[in-house]
Design a protein around this ligand. Structure first.
Ligand code: SAM
Length: 305
């Protein structure tokens, strides 16, 4: 089985504008689909630094790229991107790509507990350490749990789900994905589209992996690490991520952040980057047909000034 089918591969590659002798970062290596194509465009002076928090992705890609000298693979959180570059004594890079979310491997690997389809212990950790979905579901205070499900899952039945989870866990800890799905199904009406547990699982996964905070930290680092003319391509899969990417890129474009009624500009804000595609790029209908996961994908690209 394929480790992962890369979404909008050609679009991302084209917009990254790869220079054969450049230095690039793939912040979310996954199955190396994107990295593999970047490597094809690099000559012997080019370098690719690839990061993933998931040991499975690292092991898979170390084997996949074992004969490839241009790639350097790091098993860490992409929030540590600046430390990685410091270690390599690299100041600036010519492009960075970020393909957010989970890989198909993570979803398909039942025992990782990401899927509401398979029954497995509640886990959902991309990095295999730290608090898991079990900890969030069993030990988070009801109002906080409800907030997580509402905010990160945009689930309107969040309060009911949290209440039901807390009632159930008083009798017995919730240990598996199936137990959680059953609790959700008991309070969420059947939807016309999508599984009733989809939004809650997304919310818990985002919380377990600190996804939105990490993205914010990553983006701040990216704009500092790009050399002039270097590009950042970010592929996101839900509106919460896309909003962060869109707002960050908009902020980088601004030449002034003074209040609108300020008589003169005192902010000394400089334009840091410009957006390449004003509207997010989405997958073609044929890609969506071949890979339904690409349906929600949004690609945004900017260039450092
Ligand atoms: C959608 S997959 C990337 C797929 C890849 N572009 C490909 O073509 O095969 C996302 C990957 O990002 C990794 N990831 C998610 N959050 C991360 C983080 N904070 N730091 C490092 N890697 C992360 C996941 O472990 C996963 O392997």
């Amino acid at each position: 089985m394929n480790y992962h089918k890369t979404v909008m591969l050609d679009e991302t590659l084209n917009l990254l504008n790869i220079k054969s002798g450049g230095t690039y970062i793939d912040a979310t290596l996954g199955g190396g689909g994107l990295s593999g194509e970047i490597l094809k465009k690099l000559d012997n002076n080019g370098r690719l630094i690839a990061i993933d928090i998931d040991k499975d992705a690292i092991d898979y890609c170390k084997e996949k790229f074992k004969n490839e000298k241009k790639i350097l693979i790091f098993n860490c959180n992409f929030t540590e991107i600046s430390e990685v570059l410091k270690e390599l004594k690299i100041n600036k890079v010519d492009g960075i790509c970020v393909d957010l979310g989970v890989s198909s491997h993570q979803i398909d690997c039942a025992e990782r507990g990401f899927s509401y389809i398979h029954d497995a212990p509640l886990d959902m950790r991309m990095g295999q350490s730290g608090a898991s979905a079990y900890d969030i579901v069993n030990f988070t205070e009801e109002s906080k749990l409800s907030n997580i499900i509402h905010e990160f899952g945009e689930e309107k039945f969040a309060k009911l789900i949290a209440k039901s989870v807390c009632r159930r866990r008083k009798i017995k800890k919730i240990e598996t994905t199936r137990e959680l799905v059953e609790i959700i199904q008991s309070v969420v009406p059947k939807r016309f589209s999508g599984h009733p547990a989809k939004k809650t699982f997304q919310a818990i996964r985002i919380s377990v992996n600190n996804e939105l905070e990490n993205l914010d930290i990553l983006l701040d680092n990216c704009v500092k690490l790009l050399s002039s003319g270097g590009r950042l391509a970010v592929l996101s899969f839900h509106s919460l991520e896309d909003r962060i990417v869109k707002q960050k890129m908009k902020f980088w474009e601004k030449t002034c952040i003074c209040p609108p009624n300020a008589p003169i500009c005192t902010c000394s804000k400089k334009k840091e980057a410009f957006v390449i595609n004003k509207k997010a790029i989405t997958s073609s209908s044929s890609e969506i047909k071949n890979n339904p996961r690409s349906k929600s994908a949004k690609l945004r690209v900017c260039e450092k000034i």
